[in-house]
Design a protein around this ligand. Sequence first.
Ligand code: PEP
Ligand code: MN
Length: 351
Amino acid sequence: MIVVMSPQATTEQTELASALLRDHGLTPVPAKAADSTLLVSEGSGTPELAASVEHSAGVERVVVIPGSQRLTSRGFRPHDTRVTIGGQDGVTVGGTGFLVIAGPCAVESPQQMTTVVDVVADGGAGMLRGGAFKPRTSPYSFQGLGVAGLALLAEQRSRTGLPVVTEVVAPSDVERVAEESDMLQIGTRNMQNFDLLREAGASGRPVLLKRGMAATIEEWLLAAEYLMQMGNGDVVLCERGIRSFDRNTRFTLDLSAVAEAKRLTHLPVLVDPSHSTGQPHLVGPMSLAAAACGADGLLIDVHTNARSALCDGAQALDAAQFTDLMDRLGPVAEAVGRTLVQPRSRSLAQV
Ligand code: PEP
Ligand code: MN
């Protein structure tokens, strides 16, 4: 059962409603929403309890969802959530748009960023990606430029007008990354880093939550629940491949998880065809398939000098491959009732 308190509810009224739930064997946990408090209980209670809670002072409405009582579920919010990134001049994902986020895996240098971002912006991407804090499997691999990388990303954002997403790996960095970017990315290796989820949930920035490489859809949605419980409704999911026995691809892209997540949750779902397949020649076909199966957008690695890339060069599209993919993506998106998303104010013309 989810109890939505009215924005004017007093602390005493919220406590009274909680007490009523507890008296009936439920264990309500407070959650934040835009302007009100929610009381979320895993159990659904009886119809009589729902009716009496609904009549309690300060209660706006009571939602009882068949199955799990979740803020991420379509039972709580039947319509697709639209997440706006980069403020009113930015982009919106969810609904009828199809958002392509592209850029290098890692931010490496001012020159690398300018060259790659020109390709990505000219090709029609709606948003930029680039890692400043890199969670690398080996401690001897390039770990990212850190704070200096955030500055380079911000430079590209003001040059092009494209909002930026970048990964945050430590709870203590959330505030800084949130200040200098438009969207926080939580990577596959941190999907169940609950301290990080809570901090990102409280940051006020939209969050891109990648699926853990060995996480079930249920675990992925529960990780999103942590973000929403902290009052962050601007959550976007990203399927990025799961571990399987096959070594031809880096991971196994689970497109059925996209359609299933779209059925279960109102949150937008993106696909990362780069980290999942690990190979440029598979990025095109999987991008088209993602658009066809109902994904709300893509997260694509692009690099103009893959051999010298400091991270994941082997899977990056080059300029020609990216431009070609964008040309082929438009008609597929259109066939499923979508249009490619562009920021409301594009400033590349001024570059
Ligand atoms: C990335 O997108 O840069 C990344 C590290 O992805 P993942 O967490 O999916 O491996
Ligand atoms: Mn990478």
